[in-house]
Ligand binder design. Structure first.
Ligand code: GTP
Ligand code: MG
Length: 171
């Protein structure tokens, strides 16, 4: 049949936000990890959707590894940015990292689709995706298509909606 279009996706966000858990859920069940551990550096994962072949760079969000992110901006076709909606204290840190990303020369002028997951929506004190988008000032992103979804990565809820949106943007 037809070859699927290949798409490089960069998965970013602070440590403990749920990036690896999300990517793991999107992989075929026979290749999913049973146990998720904090990412060291980054991992490369591949999975297919109906029309696309995704290569995901699952980056570590730990402070000491965040300087690795920018090396992958040039070759990325889309960004998934994951936020822990229950981590109110570090929402400003997430915003700082997002702003640094958006101002980077390899990102600034590109119409990269950006998918945000307001993750951990199952937790009692988590903020809504509307609140998260306000805290991150997403409405200021004028030159890129963006979308935010609530998600519960442990149950896999909200992930397909996000992926469907992304698929429509890169195709
Ligand atoms: P780094 O690799 O260190 O950057 O972290 P990460 O963003 O990849 O986070 P990871 O996927 O390792 O998840 C961190 C912790 O959050 C794990 O204990 C997950 O089980 C948990 N977690 C992830 N998603 C959710 C969620 O939607 N709800 C809840 N309650 N916990 C979650
Ligand atoms: Mg990880």
């Amino acid at each position: 049949g037809l070859r699927k279009k290949e798409v490089n996706v960069l998965c970013l966000g602070l440590d403990n936000s749920g990036k690896t858990t999300i990517i793991n859920q999107l992989k075929p069940s026979n290749t999913q990890e049973q146990e998720i551990v904090p990412t060291i550096g980054f991992n490369i994962e591949k999975f297919k959707s109906s029309s696309l072949l995704f290569t995901v760079f699952d980056m570590s969000g730990q402070n000491r590894y965040r300087n690795l992110w920018e090396h992958y901006y040039k070759e990325s076709h889309a960004i998934i940015f994951v936020v822990d909606s229950s981590d109110k204290l570090r929402m400003v840190v997430a915003k700082e990292e997002l702003d640094t990303l958006l101002n980077h020369e390899d990102i600034r002028c590109k119409k990269l689709p950006m998918l945000f997951f307001a993750n951990k929506m199952d937790l009692q004190d988590s903020m809504s995706s509307i609140r998260v988008s306000q805290m991150l000032c997403l409405e200021n992103i004028k030159d890129k298509p963006w979308h935010i979804c609530d998600s519960n990565a442990i149950k896999g809820e909200g992930l397909q909606e996000g992926l469907d949106w992304l698929q429509g943007e890169v195709f």
